[in-house]
Design a protein around this ligand. Sequence first.
Ligand code: GLY
Length: 363
Amino acid sequence: MKGIFVGTKPSYKVIIGARALTQVGSLIARTAPDVRKVLIVSDSNVAPLYLETVKKGIEIAKIETCEYIIEAGEKSKNIDSIAGMWGVMAENKFTRTDAVVSLGGGVVTDMGGFAAATFLRGIKVFQVPTSLLAMVDASIGGKTGIDLKEGKNLAGAFWQPSMVIEDTDCLKTLPDDLFTEGLGEVLKHAFIMDTDLYDLLRQAADEGRADKIREDDAFMEKLVSMNVSDKVSVVTEDTLDNGLRQTLNYGHTVGHVIERNSNFSLAHGVCVAKGMGIMIDACEAAGTLPSEEANKMRDLIKAYGLPVTDDITAKEAADGALNDKKKRGDTLSVILVNKIGKAEICKMSAEEFEEFIGKGKDL
Ligand code: GLY
């Protein structure tokens, strides 16, 4: 198994490898010997597959377990679920040395982290992501939270995990659409910061292997490790999202609006892909992203089974973006890629953003 060090405060490790789920108990016992009880948070899709394996390993390590299983999906990402988790921990008399284990995708890791951040004013959380999206993005960097009816992730806390444990075997059981949506965040990393990752994805696509990468264990371990390293380097430099970390928002400003407008029926990674497509159009129309580069980016997104367009209007995108938590004052921090591998942060008013997106729509 591979370990990647995350130099935030507090620091922690991301462990990546096949069969890592069987090691969760021993890794907790070694990392946090004071833990006596854990709440395993999972969802109705993941728990039937992996809960018993994880629970057994934790109990062998002489740690008591209890569970809170949510209905799978974004609709569960709310304060009622968090209150349920607090309740189970309170009933089981958790103390400040006990911990939460989040076993699932991004909804579960965000909520398990938030329940841990807030119970007894903060207990440990071990993130055990089982989806590609959660492995490469959501579980790393300490962003935790829930959605409000007014918008996604509007309430939350920065709360670093004690460890992130990623079992790449879990990717084998992931439904196709969940695997594909994770590639939205992978492509984002390639575009904003990692030309080696771009080349790896491009080569697989050029060789007609884009829809077969999941069957290639070595490729997947490499892909996950490269993406974890990308995310780790960003969150280590800017943990609290005041500068560089905002570049991870590429495709998200419009993507979040599309996601909310679909009433969360469209997956997050799909909306990010659509949002990136709209930003590519806008940068090309503005003349800052050469058409050849824009076409390469669009082709790569499509090669991995994701969309690059949406019928959202420029006005809807700008109005929706004003509700996004990434807004600072009246200014939007818009992330642009004008060269593959390099992101820029551009401040725009809502009116400027509407005009910018509108020109891309007219392309
Ligand atoms: N998912 C974006 C971030 O962690 O900042």
